[in-house]
Each structure stands twice: as C-alpha cells, then as structure tokens.
Design a protein around this ligand. Structure first.
Ligand SMILES: [Zn+2]
Length: 467
C-alpha cells in the first residue's frame, strides 16, 4: 500500500517542509515544557531555602532574646541550692568542733564549705558568643536574590557554671551528712556513761537512805535510757548533749550535797564526843596502799593506843585481803579509796578513772559494809577532770599536808622525826602501812603527839583540809 502513489498527496518538497514545521513545533513545546519544569523546581528549592533561612533566623533571634534570662535563672537556681546547702552544713560543722575528733570525717566538710563559699561569693559573669545564619544566594541568574547573613549575640552560660554550684551543694550535703552521723555517734558515746553515772548515783544514794530529792535525776536517767534505746540514728545530738549535761550536773550536785551531809554528820558526832577541830589541835594519821598483813599489826597498835586513823586502800589489796579491810573498819577507823591499781589517774581516760574508783569503792563496800566517801589519788596526781569524776563517783578528793617520806627513808626514827618536826594543828600526815618501819614508828608518833596535846582524828574531821 505504501508503495502505491497517492494522487491527493502533496508534492514531496511541501511534504518535507511540513514535517520540519511539525518537528520544530514539537521541539519548542518540549523545550518550553522543560523550561517550565526547571523553573518550577528552582522556585520550589528557593522557597524551601528561604523558609529554612527564616526559621534559622527566628531561632537564633529567639535564642538571643531569651538566653540571658535562661542563664540567669539557671545560675539563680544553682546559687539558691548552694546557699541552702552552706546554711545547712555550717552549723553541723560548728557544732562538731570538739565532738567529731576524726579529721578524716570533718576535714572534707571544711573543704566543701570553703569551695561552696568560694563559688557562692564568686562574681557571676554571662559570657556572650555569636551565632551566625549564613547568607543565602539564589542561583537563578534571572531572579538574582540574596538573603544576608544574620549575626546575633547569645549568652551561652553563666560563670560560675550552675552545674558546678549544684555539684558543690551535693558535696556539702554528703560531707555534712557524714559529720552529722559522726556527731550522733559521739553524742551516744557521751550520753551512755553519763546515764551510767546517773544510775550509779541513784543506786548509791538510795542505798545510803539519805534525805535527798532524787526525782529530777530519776527523770533524767529514764529520758536518757529512752534515747539510748531508740538507737544512734534517731539521736538528736543537741538534745543528747543537754541530757548528758543534766545527768552530770544533777549527779554531781546530789553527791556534793550528800558528801557535805556526811561530813557535817560526822563532825557533829565527833563534837558530841568532845572533839571539835575548830578548837582542838587535831592531827590525822593516814596510811596508804594497804591493806596488807602489816596492817593487822598496825591495827593492834592503834587499838592499844585507842587512836583513830584513816586508811586509803588500794582496791586490789582490798580484794586480796577483805578480812583486813573489815578489821580496819571494825576498829573504828575510816576506810577510804586509793584507786584499784595505783595509777596516775590524770593519765587515764574517763572510763578508766571511773573503773579505778568504782571497783575500789565496790570492793570496800563489799568487805566493810560501807561505801567510802574519800579518795586520795595515787601520788597526789589530780586535776579538775579527775576531781569531777571523783565527785560523780561519790568521792571527795583528799590529799595530805605533812609528808613523812616514810617510803623513801624506810626508817622508823626518820619517820617519827619527820612528824615531830613538821606537825601542827590540822596536820594530815601521810604514811604507808605496807612498810614495817612505818608501823614500828606509829606507837612513838602517837605518844609524841599526845604529849603535845594533839588530838588524833580521822582525816575527814580536819577543818583545814583540802575542802
Ligand atoms: Zn599510794
């Protein structure tokens, strides 16, 4: 079919021409379409770029406007936390002085307080940095457009860093907690022996059947026992310290009253017997460190002379020779406390001093039926602390004022001479019944004294003694 000529067909030249027109038209249409598509795509990309640019500008502008307020707020929060922690920690640190001895517990709180104060007092700064939104250029040469670069200033953070303030506050809280826990333990360790002293005073004073109001001490002991039962974690150290002080003061004051009563009663009884050291030439012979076998010989001499004496006994010897201690008391002599093992009391801690005094008093009471009320500290070694502990154990401290040095000379004649040379009304004569040479001298010493019109008394009756 295609090979047969078509009579209606145009001439070949016209046909060719028409084909070109058709082709050209198609091409133009295609190109125009492509151009439209390309322009549309470019436009959309540009719109997107503009939107991104504007969003970024809005973002940095907002950041610039609000960053300082945010940084200030964060700093203020951190500062408030830190200031609160300092205010909580400072009293704990102050109160722990003389209470928490371990520097490993207390020093970290000291350091944390120093760091906290340093940060709290540091001048705050808000360093600024710039944020830039890059310029955007439209690549289309027909619609040349450019969005300019935008630069704003933004506060990045506060100096000091709020995080550092918070961390310093955390340190303060944890180190203060450790000190507070150590304080609670300390308070319990303080309260326990004071409670024990209160109980000891209640028992001792009740046993003496003295006319003393014990209600306040009873209440304090009950309160303290409740605190101790509740456990260390529940302890309020300040309340425990007040309770400790109440117990100590009340025990001491009741004992003080009782000791004064005993002295007054014994002096009144002596006056009733015709001895008054305010007018008489009183001398007290005192014998330390027994009772030992030699003490029995001394007792016979004293009995023959009808002379009273005072025996400051070592508890350990009382426990070994209770029957001698008993014989001393039965002989009308005054039995007193000279510690358990003859140490220098000032070198011992409180608990050890209490133990030295109480065990001796207990041994004497067990052996003789009567608790002693005088203490002569070995070597005369005493200070305010030991005196206070003695009072709270129901003991008055008594030293001496005439030293025979019998332990050194170990010579009966020297011992006798030492007394004769130094004696005066009110003399409290120190001797030791553990030395035979001393016991040998006693009969002659008594004769010498009586020849000089001295009156022999137990040491508590002397009016110019230690008290
Ligand atoms: Zn002694």
């Amino acid at each position: 079919m295609s090979t047969s000529p078509d009579p209606g067909a145009p001439a070949p030249a016209r046909r060719r021409h028409a084909r070109w027109w058709w082709l050209g038209g198609t091409l133009v249409l295609l190109l125009t379409g492509a151009a439209f598509v390309a322009a549309e795509l470019e436009h959309r990309a540009w719109v997107e770029a503009v939107a991104e640019y504007e969003a970024e500008v809005a973002r940095v502008t907002e950041e610039a406007e609000t960053s300082r307020a945010r940084a200030e707020e964060a700093y203020a929060d951190g500062l408030a936390t830190l200031t609160g922690a300092i205010d909580q920690a400072r009293p704990v640190y102050r109160a722990s002085e003389d209470q928490v001895a371990d520097p490993a517990v207390r020093d970290p709180l000291d350091d944390a307080l120093a760091e906290g104060r340093r940060l709290r007092d540091a001048e705050v700064a808000y360093p600024v940095e710039t944020r830039t939104v890059e310029a955007v250029t439209r690549p289309n040469p027909f619609f040349a457009e450019e969005l300019p670069a935008v630069t704003v200033e933004v506060v990045d953070a506060a100096q000091p860093d709020p995080a550092a303030l918070e961390s310093a506050a955390t340190d303060l809280v944890s180190t203060a907690d450790a000190v507070a826990a150590a304080r609670r333990e300390w308070a319990v360790a303080e309260l326990r022996p004071a409670t024990d002293e209160g109980r000891y005073a209640l028992t001792g004073l009740r046993a003496q059947d003295a006319d003393l109001g014990l209600g306040a001490l009873d209440d304090a002991v009950t309160a303290a026992e409740a605190v101790l039962d509740a456990g260390v974690d529940a302890v309020d150290p300040d309340a425990a310290v007040r309770l400790r002080d109440t117990l100590i003061e009340t025990s001491a004051s009741l004992w003080r009253t009782r000791l004064d009563q005993i002295t007054a009663e014994r002096r009144a009884a002596a006056r009733a017997d015709g001895v008054d050291c305010r007018v008489d030439r009183c001398v007290a012979l005192t014998f330390d460190d027994g009772p030992v076998a030699e003490t029995e010989r001394l007792l016979r001499i004293l009995e023959r002379k009808d002379a009273p004496a005072t025996f400051f006994m070592v508890g350990d010897n009382v426990a070994r020779n209770p029957q001698i201690a008993r014989a001393v008391a039965d002989g009308g002599h005054l039995v007193a406390n000279h510690s358990w093992s003859h140490p220098q009391l000032t070198t011992l801690d409180d608990a050890a001093v209490r133990e030295e005094l109480r065990s001796t008093s207990d041994a004497i009471r067990e052996a003789t039926g009567t608790a002693p009320f005088l203490l002569r500290p070995p070597y005369g070694d005493v200070d305010g602390r030991v005196r206070s502990l003695a009072t709270r154990a129901g003991l008055d401290v008594m030293l001496w004022n005439l030293d025979t040095l019998d332990w050194e000379t170990r010579d009966a004649k020297e011992t006798r001479r030492a007394v004769r040379k130094q004696v005066e009304p009110g003399s409290n004569v120190l001797m030791h019944d553990i030395h035979a040479t001393t016991v040998d001298a006693v009969g002659k010493i008594i004769k010498d004294l009586r020849d000089e019109d001295y009156v022999l008394v137990t040491a508590d009756l002397l009016v110019d003694d230690e008290d």
